[in-house]
Ligand binder design. Structure first.
Ligand SMILES: [Zn+2]
Length: 831
């Protein structure tokens, strides 16, 4: 018996090399049937590594790492012929897009299909499907997929948001019982705060493609732009009572989307539908998911010449099984099957139309270079602020948009600030961007002052023009401009010489200055700011300028200040005397001491995770300053005296501890109340903020507007809607909250909230007047409401203050100019 066993064991060993030719399916590799449990990210990565080790038709590339140190990776899948010439294929593809070597010749160039799975972590079925899609593409026994690979290269990114996915999967695995509970009210279907949708810092990565504020996006978009696929799919899940959504997409479409891009979406959609029809699966197209905002996984590829699409399986919160409202049980296995079907169907369609797809891809970029879209063929961005020009230049470069600098000349064009055509002078340091380039479409989408919105029933913000977001003066010009030195306007690394100083002065003009201040305060350097402008050392310094004196600081202070200046790329002015040329001397009482604030940030249930995450990211990654994060449920247990600043992000807080906050503010605390938090303070004693209401309650008026048509209800509901529009605010930049800003500020307005002007002890720093509207969709009712009111203000109260921020200056971290406004609230107000 023993002998026999041994023999069969040896036989088995001998058989291994034969089996090794075969590739294990995900179920075989993982040891459980795919869909019977959620696969941790590390195991997904293991499977991809396993296939990379065994299949000759793949190349695995790690392109980045997440905040929680998980790998970001893509798998390239290609035929025997193509897999060894991926660098040539990439070069040739870029040459079709008018980039790199335009003479690159490649026989039988393949079409490139890029499949992106699981950008929202709690929409987890697609990462499971990605393993099966990979297997089906490399399975030697699969002649269908082998045939598709003859003219197609497939790129699979199994998980765009590993940290968010892992948050969800860990949660689910920790609460599901031996038998999954399909009852929707069971705890396994209700995630705790924060959900797995977002990344480590609670950013929605499907709103970040164009801005690349997050490291996952930065790494992915860099790789994406090295390849520029013809087809890109972003796999999602929607509510579990919805069936499946796939392209063609819904209105509104951006005007720059071409007829071919729409047509090919329909071709792909019809092929997807064929399989759904065969299997009797429910689906819909042409509704809900529009193509406008440029930072999605469908639009960003579209504005880069691709056929970008979103696919949505019903399934958020569904776990392994859930009872839907129609009485069916939706399982993880079902969701995987549908995503897999569309993965393969899309590759099939791409392969069947490969030649045409490549031809249209080339045409798209040829057109961009010779006949760019949009009203303006060039843009001039005035270099009034070197930091912001540097930031904008970096952002354009990351997106492959080329820019240069000006030749001294006079010109005329659309003035972003006044909204009129004006004459202006171009300086050699002004940024000039010509539209005649291969990224002309993306350029137009990002820079055009007003986005045309045919149908306002959109999913996201409708205005984002970069000059407004960066707070830079700009002009749109109807013809191309000649440019000068390509690096004339990029100035970096200017810091002070090695002399010893009585004081150093540094201007206060951008968030880099906030970062510099943060580093000084962390290093225990005493810093002051000027309440009024002054002139010293032959230079003018505006209110808010930082003053760092030898007095009060230790002997090592020169070195610390210079190092901080070098770290933050600051130009210091060295003064050898406290006697200034004009204005107040450095010892004056108008030079205020900045106490290093101890900051508290509220998080947890009731708080908007994304709004809170932006603030967390700001402190940790953008200015590197400590912040203590507490859960709101613990608010009554904290020692208020340990904190100088308390930040309440957007949220719905039960029982605001108004009495405690009042006492603490009275004693010198600073409360920063943001967005909806303000509405919870309007009726609390001592808070002087009052909302502007629309006039719904006026019963004496003719109320025939109440008579609505039921079929138009979607459009009715948007009359009060502000999906994201730009307003020009008046700024009192003599107030610390306005330091470093112009006399105006372009505000991204996300709702119709507006407050009455503060009186008495209040300062109305950012106000919207009658004609503040600039760009983006605003419903008629909201438009009537948003005028003559307060959006950013400060109430001085006892020894402390309350900062009211009705809108979010840190929205998705791409509204660069808002960061200085927020920095003012934290460091300057109330000192
Ligand atoms: Zn999603």
């Amino acid at each position: 018996m023993l002998k026999k066993l041994r023999l069969s064991f040896i036989l088995l060993l001998c058989a291994v090399p034969v089996f090794a030719q075969q590739i294990q399916s995900p179920s075989e590799f993982l040891g459980y049937k795919l869909g019977s449990q959620f696969t941790p990210h590390a195991r997904i990565a293991d499977y991809f590594k396993y296939v990379a080790g065994i299949s000759k038709n793949v190349k695995l590339q790690q392109y980045g790492i997440t905040n929680e140190h998980r790998p970001l990776m893509v798998m390239f899948i290609a035929s025997d012929e193509n897999i060894n010439r991926l660098p040539e294929i990439r070069q040739h593809n870029l040459s079709l897009a008018g980039q790199g070597d335009n003479n690159s010749v490649l026989k039988n160039a393949p079409v490139i299909v890029w499949l992106s799975y699981n950008v929202h972590g709690n929409e987890p079925s697609s990462s499971e499907a990605s393993m099966q899609a990979l297997f089906d593409m490399v399975d030697p026994a699969n002649s269908r997929t082998k045939f598709w690979l003859t003219n197609t290269v497939v790129v699979i990114d199994p998980c765009l948001n590993p940290d968010g996915r892992e948050r969800y999967v860990n949660f689910y695995r920790s609460v599901v019982g031996a038998i999954p509970d399909a009852d929707p009210s069971a705890r396994e279907h209700n995630e705790p705060w924060p959900s797995g949708r977002v990344n480590h810092y609670y950013y929605d990565l499907n709103r970040d493609w164009a801005w690349q504020t997050q490291k996952e996006t930065k790494a992915r978009v860099a790789l994406f732009n090295q390849w520029l696929p013809q087809i890109h799919v972003d796999f999602h899940e929607q509510g579990y009572n919805s069936p499946y959504y796939f392209a063609p997409a819904a209105e509104p479409f951006h005007r720059d989307i071409t007829a071919w891009q729409k047509e090919f979406q329909t071709i792909i959609g019809k092929n997807n539908a064929k399989y759904f029809d065969q299997n009797g699966w429910m689906y819909y197209t042409k509704e809900e998911y529009d193509l406008l905002y440029p930072s999605y996984g469908d639009t960003y590829p579209i504005y880069n010449g691709s056929i970008g699409m979103t696919y949505e399986q019903g399934g958020i919160g569904a776990g392994l099984a859930i009872a839907t409202h129609s009485g069916d049980t939706l399982t993880l296995a079902d969701r995987i099957t549908h995503h897999l079907s569309n993965s393969l169907s899309t590759i099939e369609t791409a392969s069947a139309n490969g030649g045409k797809a490549l031809e249209e891809f080339k045409k798209y970029f040829d057109n961009s270079r010779t006949n760019p879209p949009g009203d303006y063929k060039s843009y001039v961005i005035k270099n009034d602020n070197q930091d912001k020009i540097n930031l904008l230049g970096d952002m354009l470069s990351r997106n492959g948009i080329k820019y240069s600098f000006g030749l001294k000349a006079k010109s005329s064009g659309f003035d972003y600030v006044t909204g009129k055509t004006e004459e202006f002078e171009i300086d050699e340091k002004d940024m000039v961007v010509n539209a005649y380039q291969s990224k002309a479409v993306l350029l137009n989408v990002l820079l055009e002052p007003k986005t045309f919105v045919a149908d306002s029933n959109t999913y996201d913000i409708t205005a984002w023009a970069l000059p407004y977001a960066y707070g830079l003066k700009a002009y749109g010009i109807k013809e191309a401009l000649k440019t000068g030195n390509a690096s004339a306007g990029i100035t970096r690394s200017l810091h002070a010489n090695t002399e010893h100083a009585y004081a150093y002065i540094s201007p206060w003009k951008s968030n880099y200055d906030v970062k510099f201040l943060a580093e000084l305060l962390r290093s225990k350097i005493k810093v002051r700011y000027a309440e009024r402008p002054f002139e010293a050392g032959g230079k003018m310094f505006a209110a808010g300028s930082l003053i760092i004196t030898k007095a009060g600081n230790n002997e090592n202070f020169d070195n610390i200040v210079k190092k901080a200046a070098a770290d933050c790329n600051r130009e210091l002015t060295l003064l050898s005397s406290g006697f200034v040329d004009k204005g107040v001397d450095l010892g004056s009482h108008a030079i205020r001491f900045i106490r290093a604030p101890r900051v508290l940030l509220v998080s947890g249930d009731g708080v908007s995770a994304e709004a809170m995450g932006e603030i967390w990211f700001y402190f940790e990654k953008e200015i590197n300053y400590p912040v203590t994060i507490i859960r709101y449920k613990d608010i009554n247990r904290i020692k208020w005296n340990d904190f100088d600043v308390a930040i309440f992000p957007d949220g719905y807080y039960d029982d605001m501890p108004a009495d405690k906050l009042q006492n603490w503010v009275h004693d010198g605390g600073k409360l920063i109340a943001m967005q909806n938090t303000i509405s919870l303070l309007t009726d609390k004693k001592g808070f002087s903020i009052k909302a502007v209401k629309d006039d719904k309650s006026d019963t004496t008026k003719d109320r025939s507007d109440l008579v609505k048509t039921y079929a138009d209800r979607d459009h009715e509901s948007i009359r009060s809607n502000v999906p994201g529009a730009i307003y020009k605010l008046d700024i009192d930049n003599t107030h610390p909250l306005g330091y470093g800003l112009d006399k105006y500020y372009f505000d991204l307005k996300l709702d119709d909230d507006l407050y009455k002007y503060l009186d008495g002890d209040g300062w109305n720093v950012g106000t919207v007047k009658k004609s503040g509207y600039v760009a983006g969709f605003v419903g008629q009712k909201a438009k009537e409401k948003i005028k003559n009111g307060l959006l950013f203000g400060v109430q001085s109260w006892g020894r402390g203050s309350v900062v009211y921020m009705v809108d979010d200056p840190l929205f998705r971290s791409f509204w660069e100019n808002g960061k200085l406004l927020f920095g003012n609230a934290v460091f300057m107000v109330g000192q």
